[in-house]
Design a protein. Structure first.
Length: 580
């Protein structure tokens, strides 16, 4: 347990006492923190994120601090962001794009991505970001499902990945290229922006109007297009305050790419609704670069992912000591289970524990979290956000579910719908959406348990859990034990069908630099796991691999490890990071 101080904070947390906040919270009351569109015209994400700050005299604040791959630096204030997003909205209007139609982006982390996102929301069209490293097929499939009308991209990405798809996408009316370039069938974004006016009045927006379309990571199968509405901004705002502890003047860095929901909900919307300064780094992961950014930009709140934390751990404890990370106040992580070892490493190497939190593309915002003021049990995802009701349920044979009330019993993590950023459907997949609900619960597909103190512990995705000798084994627990060994950089654990015991626990392990695979080390790791976990849960087999297959958002794809182990078809690999 990592205990938090009860007083004497450098900056007092927004939520000093979890229980009290939970008891008194209501979404209706929280709504008063949002501005709403002037003239009672509803609720629009872009107004909350950008224009309200200008109206309230904060236009001169830095909204985005963009760090280019090669050392360039551009600062965009709220006033500039407002004018530039107005132009983008105006441009869409000029092209005849109607509210509700989908605008896709296929861009690296450049300012135009942020402008397109917010400009689209101003125009009440629906923004759908695609991760720029996707290949042509995942791009085509997502644009098809999403009925893409407009695509904003670069000439290079267009030539390489989209040009050949145009015939397959007859409804894609406009392709706007960031630097022009005169490709046939495209338009020059800058020229159009230059012609557009920078005055734009956001039209009446219902909180239930569709705002964002986000595809899931595809970790467990074909990605789904989750629909989010403008009302989601209330969750984004509240979770920014309660889970990420945003305070005025914070410099916030979310390392996730806006091609994934984290990079939009928290890389764009949530911090901007709080009027913060967001650091945007165009470059890919590099341990030294990242520490330098934390130091030079004086980042106060940092939101990252377990895969990045593991890579930083791999780079060693000495490296962070060379940097002044003294501005940092809170570090949080999402996307995968955060191994207890990683939480403790943060405390040791960065001077702060890492706060794990749990949510999904479908939930649109943070649902379960370790809060700034709350003691951390390393390995736990924390406790449900005030305003969110979470439970552990068991599926029954008749398709319904029952709640599991005893502490420490495993079951599926379920949430009571009603928070603002709950997805409103999977686009064109009504049946798949319907199947997520039973007895008034939204079933997350993740297995977890709740301890007697109300902390939730992730066990594994329902699809990844291993059934061995009558026991249910969560891969996370086994991977975490392996990760405690100094040689292990990453571990992925699966169940291999075995007639007698059901499934046999098998681990795939990649090693840190300086360690070489070999029989002696293999035995040592198996023995280490047995000591930590006991014979039933410990892996029986262990294979060394150079890297583990991961989604492009950095999640270990256990289903792929399993398919490969069994020689089965690999299924949807559209989000697989190459090479695996
Ligand atoms: P798909 O649904 O297409 O298989 P995905 O579930 O990986 O992909 P996302 O919505 O990006 O797509 O990820 C949400 C999932 O990530 C959660 O359901 C959970 O399995 C995992 N996850 C996220 N945060 C955590 C966390 N803190 N601890 C454990 N697991 C987490
Ligand atoms: Mg999922």
């Amino acid at each position: 347990m990592i205990e938090k101080p009860r007083s004497g904070w450098r900056v007092a947390p927004n939520m000093p006492a979890y229980e009290e906040a939970r008891a008194s919270f209501s979404w209706a009351a929280a709504e008063h923190e949002l501005a709403g569109l002037p003239g009672d015209k509803g609720l629009n994400i872009a107004h909350e994120a950008v224009d309200r700050h200008c109206l309230e005299g904060r236009g001169g604040r830095q909204a985005l601090r963009w760090l280019g791959r090669h050392g360039e630096r551009k600062v965009i204030t709220y006033a500039e962001l407002s004018a530039r997003t107005n132009r983008f909205a105006q441009l869409l209007a000029g092209l005849g794009i109607r509210p509700g139609e989908r605008v896709f982006s296929l861009l690296g982390r450049i300012p135009e991505l942020y402008i397109a996102a917010l400009g689209t929301l101003k125009h009440r069209a629906v923004f759908c970001p695609l991760f720029s490293a996707f290949g042509p097929e995942p791009i085509r499939a997502r644009m098809k499902i999403g009925d893409a009308r407009v695509l904003v991209t670069t000439s290079a990405l267009y030539r390489k990945k989209v040009a050949a798809l145009r015939d397959a996408l007859p409804d894609l009316k406009h392709v706007l290229l960031v630097e022009g370039g005169g490709e046939p069938g495209t338009e020059d974004l800058q020229a159009l922006l230059a012609r557009a006016s920078d005055a734009y009045e956001i039209g009446a927006t219902s909180p239930e109007d569709m705002a964002l379309l986000h595809f899931t990571s595809g970790t467990t199968g074909t990605p789904k297009g989750a629909i989010h509405v403008h009302q989601a901004v209330l969750s984004h705002h509240v979770t920014g305050a309660l889970a990420l502890d945003f305070h005025p003047g914070d410099i916030f860095w979310c390392t996730a790419d806006p091609g994934w929901v984290t990079g939009t909900s928290y890389g764009i919307i949530s911090p901007l609704t709080h009027g913060l300064t967001c650091v945007v780094d165009e470059a890919d992961f590099d341990a030294e670069r990242w520490y330098r950014i934390l130091q030079d930009e004086r980042v106060t709140v940092w939101y990252t992912a377990p895969t990045a934390v593991r890579m930083l751990m791999k780079a060693g404890d000495e490296l962070p000591r060379r940097f002044d990370l003294g501005a940092l106040r809170l570090i949080a992580s999402v996307g995968e289970p955060l191994n207890p070892e990683a939480v403790l490493w943060g405390q040791r190497a960065l001077g702060l524990p890492i706060h794990d939190n749990w949510w999904q593309t479908e939930t649109g915002g943070i649902m379960v979290a370790n809060y700034a003021s709350m003691d951390i049990k390393p390995g736990s995802m924390g406790r449900p956000l005030p305003g969110v009701v979470a439970a552990i349920v068991r599926r029954l044979e008749d398709g319904s579910v029952e709640q599991v009330d005893e502490p420490d019993r495993e079951g599926e993590l379920a949430l009571r719908p009603g928070w603002p950023s709950m997805f409103r459907g999977y686009l064109h997949e009504e049946e798949r959406y319907r199947k997520c609900f039973a007895k008034g619960w939204y079933l997350t597909g993740d297995l977890a348990r709740r301890d007697k103190d109300g902390y939730f512990w992730f066990v594994g995705r329902a699809d990844d859990v291993i059934k061995s000798m009558g026991h249910l084994i969560g891969p996370f627990e086994v991977e975490s034990a392996l990760l405690e060994h100094p040689a292990v950089a990453e571990a992925g654990v699966i169940g291999r069908p075995e007639p007698v015991i059901g499934e046999l626990v098998k681990a795939f392990v990649s090693l840190k630099e300086g360690f070489t695979p070999g029989e002696a080390l293999r035995r040592e790791l198996l023995a280490h796991a047995r000591t930590r976990l006991g014979a039933v849960v410990a892996p029986k087999e262990l294979e060394f691999v150079p890297t583990l297959p991961r989604t492009r958002s950095g999640k270990i794809m256990r289903r792929l490890l399993k398919a490969r182990e069994l020689g089965l078809p690999e299924g949807d690999t559209s989000t697989l990071e190459a090479p695996a």
